[in-house]
Design a binder for this molecule. Sequence first.
Ligand code: SF4
Length: 393
Amino acid sequence: MEQNRIDSPLGIYVHIPFCEKKCFYCDFYSIENHSQRDEFIASLVSEIGHFSSTHPKLKADTIFLGGGTPSFLKPQEVEQLLKALHEAFDISDQVEFTMECNPGTVDTAHLSEYRQLGVNRISFGVQSFFDDELKFLQRIHTSQEAVEAFDKARKVGFENINIDLMYALPDQPVERHLTNLGRAILLNPTHLSIYALIVEQGTSLYSAVAGGEIQPADDETEAAMYEATMSFLTGTGYTHYEVSNYSKPGRECRHNLKYWNSQDYIGFGPSAHSHLEKDRWWNVSSLKDYISRTHDKVLPIASRETLTQSQILDEFVFLNLRQGKLDLNQLHAKFMFDPDAEFVSKALEAGYFKRSDGILYLSNKGFTVCDEIAKEILTKAIEGRYLAITAGE
Ligand code: SF4
């Protein structure tokens, strides 16, 4: 019998909105003013309690403290948060509990206490091992501090550690990116997230690019770096399991897999997103509003939506391809949708896929254009063939 979705363990995300200094490329909700920190923790506890009053004791098997800079939290604050989560949720003994850490804020005593509180996965935002690149990105740490932070985490017993790196910085040669990857794997992390620098609207980087002060990397260089990343990391024992993510066997990020497999997660804190069955909602991106709403015992939700069947199909195709494969049998069984046969055979001929037992497996070449492939596959649905089938939903 198929398990009821709500009975499957979900993921819990908590957004900690404080940073020491805003990095100029960052569009996550974070602020430099920490004066409302105590009220924020009280608000989180209140929001968690409020949610559980309508959804008591849902099962959860991943916790992810993201931000912002969660490593600003004192161990007592993490403990307070954890107590509220345990009261509200039925949390698995096998929980994957990740904390994002900025290497510029790491303290051995705190790391050790986080470990004792049950944090068992650390994600370091290293971004680069070159100090001039870190300076360009306006990071608060040096390369040396990143290495030291990693060593401190290992010393206090963290085995499962991710490193985030960025590439496609302006004027960054491919060789420099390869050096960054080489420095990262010398530390032997269990997981690597490798993202291109994106010029997001509303950031200082965006204004600098719009004003002509900064010239972003061109598409060709970015593609060459992406391909170099795949060859290098898969040749050194890492599995490429999502378009930008690599892990040692069995060390895939279970929390992020919930996002990529359209599973359920509940987010707490300003700007946090949630997904429960077909409903999705997200919180206000303002600490002031967040605190005032939770103080008034109102959930701090900015907006919500119920996913339509066509949105679910879109996500299924995009998210599956970003994980390197698309199961055509499943696509048919779940959505009664078959991609255009001519497009699929052309893509097979072009070497974007290999096909085996009704599953399309992306090649390295296919990974470089996986979003374009997803769009092409969905063209027929967008043209109306699939939408006509689901018009009555
Ligand atoms: S430390 Fe992270 S969350 Fe904070 S501003 Fe920089 S990139 Fe954004």
